[in-house]
Design a binder for this molecule. Structure first.
Ligand code: ZN
Length: 395
């Protein structure tokens, strides 16, 4: 097809080109009729908000390459260290590349610099691998880390499974585990992915009776479980002009895949909380509901054994600073600080800037810019440390 500069070229390329993706309004505009070959008709000008829009180099720019440089001149506050000591309740041994004593020592040096008193480390492991990681982290720095074990999800249909899983948890506890995590069901079943998923009706869900003994053991040992349920709601929306998150996140997309709905997964969370009121559950990433704090508040009001961590949802609270601040203020005692974003010094500093300052239009790791929350000191103290001391049972 011949390409006519102007609205046709933009609309024809709507799935690929920035011009169209940044301009949902264009889809509502009538597409001007194609002139027969040889009789090029000048394109009708597109007018948006009274301004004529013409084609140009940006029409061919790919979304993934779009990185606008801001001209805004406003304060940029560098916060090298948190205002109060912090417990990071969400980090990973593998993501943080923790393999040797030198890795652990380097991490502790960064923690000292940025103000992290203790990090909770998810090993997601059982057996010998858990023992190795627990020993690596706890032998040199017993007060700087809490180590969480995983869950055995092999042979879940065998009659001995519930007892076997609970027994391994007890064994890991004896070796130093002070929690379980990160336990994940994004739709493929607990600790499963698309690659190894069972048929949909046979997947292990959070509220499966086969896990009752495991959750009861958590309660008996007085240790929490950190659970990732569902995922960001945009994962259930198509990858296309209206996809909310940047192409960097498209690998997480679940639209059209063999998984249940976002709502179905959150309902499994609620049934779990009701079924095991004596077990403490920390739902990470604001339980993937920070886009709708009103609904999330209802769940917190209903289930006193439900807790949250803020990890990896900087982009949610940064785009709704007033809503997030009110929510964090109201639910002090239920929400804990966590990162889940590696262990670079700059990463920690970016969290302090977001939570402690009133800086505006902070560049984010998604195309939403952030606005500082300027949390009051008591809220910061609760978020950073006091709630974790209580929920994690730190002595
Ligand atoms: Zn995580």
């Amino acid at each position: 097809m011949r390409r006519v500069k102007g609205v046709n070229s933009i609309v024809n390329a709507k799935n690929r080109y920035l011009g169209a993706l940044l301009s949902p309004l264009l889809f509502a505009l009538p597409v001007c009729s194609q002139a027969p070959a040889g009789q090029a008709k000048p394109p009708e000008p597109v007018v948006k908000y009274g301004i004529p829009v013409t084609g140009g180099p940006m029409d061919a720019l790919l979304l993934k390459d779009y990185k606008p440089a801001s001209s805004l001149v406003v304060p940029r506050t560098h916060v090298p260290k948190a205002a109060f000591p912090v417990i990071d309740v969400h980090s990973h041994a593998d993501m943080n590349h923790i393999n040797t004593p030198a890795d652990v020592a380097a991490w502790v040096r960064t923690m000292d610099e940025v103000g992290i008193e203790m990090s909770v480390v998810f090993t997601e492991a059982t057996g010998a691998e858990f023992d190795r990681l627990a020993n690596l982290l706890l032998s040199a720095y017993p007060k700087r880390f809490q180590v969480y074990c995983g869950i055995d999800v092999s042979k879940i249909d065998s009659p001995d499974y519930p007892e076997r899983a609970a027994k391994e948890l007890q064994r890991c506890y004896n070796k130093g585990a002070r929690g379980v995590g990160e336990l994940t069901d994004k739709g493929w079943g607990l600790q499963s992915s698309e690659k190894n998923a069972r048929p949909r009706n046979r997947r292990l869900r959070l509220d499966d009776p086969r896990l009752d003994a495991f959750w009861k053991k958590c309660a008996e040992l007085k240790i929490p479980a950190n659970v990732h349920i569902a995922d960001h709601p945009s994962c259930w929306k198509p990858l296309g002009p209206q996809q909310e998150r940047t192409p960097d996140f498209q690998a997480f997309n679940l639209y059209g895949r063999d998984v249940p709905s976002y709502e179905y997964l959150l309902a499994s969370r609620d049934r779990l909380l009701a079924r095991h009121p004596g077990t403490r559950f920390i739902f990470c990433h604001f339980s993937n509901q920070a886009n709708d704090t009103a609904s999330l508040a209802k769940a917190l009001d209903r289930y006193p054994n439900m807790f949250l961590d803020v990890s990896a949802r900087d982009y949610e609270i940064g785009r709704e600073p007033r809503t997030a601040r009110a929510f964090l203020e109201r639910y002090q005692g239920r929400i804990m600080f966590g990162t889940d974003m590696g262990r670079d010094k700059e990463m920690y500093e970016s969290w302090w800037r977001l939570l402690e300052t009133g800086d505006e239009y902070i560049p984010g790791r998604i195309w939403w810019t952030y606005y500082g929350l300027e949390l009051p000191k008591p809220v910061l103290k609760s978020l950073y440390r006091e709630t974790a001391l209580k929920v994690l049972g730190v002595q």
